[in-house]
Unconditional design. Sequence first.
Length: 489
Amino acid sequence: MKRDQLVLGIDVGTQGVRVVAASLTGSVAARVGKSFTDTETRPGPDGRFEQECERWFEALTAALGDLWAQLSLQGHGPADVVAAAADSTSGTIVPVDVHGRPLAPAIMYSDQRSRSEAEALNEAGVDFCRRTGVRFGASYGLPKAAWLARNEPENWARTAHMAHAADVIVAWLTGVAGITDANNALKTGYDAAAGAWPDFISAAGIDQDKLPRVYRAGAPVGAVSAAAAAVTGLSTATQVLLGTTDGCAEQFSSGAAEPGQWNSVLGSTLVLKGLSSEFIRDPDGVVYCHPHPDGLWMPGGAANTGCRALDAKFPGIDRDAWSREALLRAPTRLSAYVLDAPGERFPFCAPDAAAFIDGVADDVRDMYSATLTAIGFTERLALERLRGLGCSSADCVFTTGGGAASDEWAQIRADALGLPVLRTQSPGAAMGCAVLAAAHVLGVPVREVARRMTVVERQWQPRPEVSSLFGTAYDRWLTALTDRGWIAT
């Protein structure tokens, strides 16, 4: 009897590596996660956050070792894995040599050292920014490259290419370097609408020869090299594909496969993405638009609010118990916004934004309930902004990421959004990369494979009995943002 073919999805996140092995119909055969031995190194006063790439290789090797042990119990082995793809954090970059080997630690997406370079690039590329709606910030890859060229000229001279984290994994597995996917390339200044690197990059002093060649997400790269196979246990017959960003991978796994269906990733930060048949341009640069492998567009954005800020605000609590009580209290009389550092970038741009809780709280659990509600209101405001830019009205919101595991928070968000919230059985960025790999193996569109491989596990409807209360709370929350100058009236 012929065994099922398997595809591998690899997610290189902020804290560790997650790997999923799935069948072409979406059945998960094995799932493994490995944390990095140290997550962020050399934080500096100028907002530096770096990561040693060697940690990625170590964690992936360890994860694959555990994966083979799980698969062997089911009669599967490396020879059954026919294709693999990897995603990584958007905006993280690494200077590499001609073989794709890192020359320095990765500059993480959260690194803030390149603020001045970002402003200079916005000025140098004013026409590009106006046409595409992109506005460079320190979280983008291109300002980081400009910082390296300006501040580390010797290292920059040795750099053959600027790579994204997913590119580094691809090169490590295949030996093929100097290429990337169109999703990761977006924040490094790639003009996805034109399909080319814009000329202003050279005018800004960045050698375009150091920028990678760009292909669609899911494009085939090559087979696993013998050297990588010896370390990881992968088969040299396994095809490696170009991956994508973590947010785009979450989109592929979420179940949101049509315009009007959106996906919210409740991870370290809040990421919201949907689908559009047209390129969406935001003149303020708050919303950006990733190309979808099927020829569509994925408008959306990434906020600074999210689970990381929530954990910093309420450390060490029994989150399940507090969330159950939060559902009973919501909506409270409070208005809140949670941030663990100054500044917000989506669904509005407010560089000096700071966390707040307005109103008199009965106790700290009141504050917790208001904060969960506020993140739902942030999603609602984002959807309103996207609709105003020409996106389809939202029919529902799929939910992925660590925060999606909370049933109570999902109900609060459904009430805050006034929309159904849905969760699939096997969401996550690693599963999204498995969907990307399966689409290549089957030779069918990614969205079709996503429909085959995703099953809605549960959905939450807005509760009519609290609809008017949440509407009033939302208006009060908008007023709090308006009073601070974060949004227009």
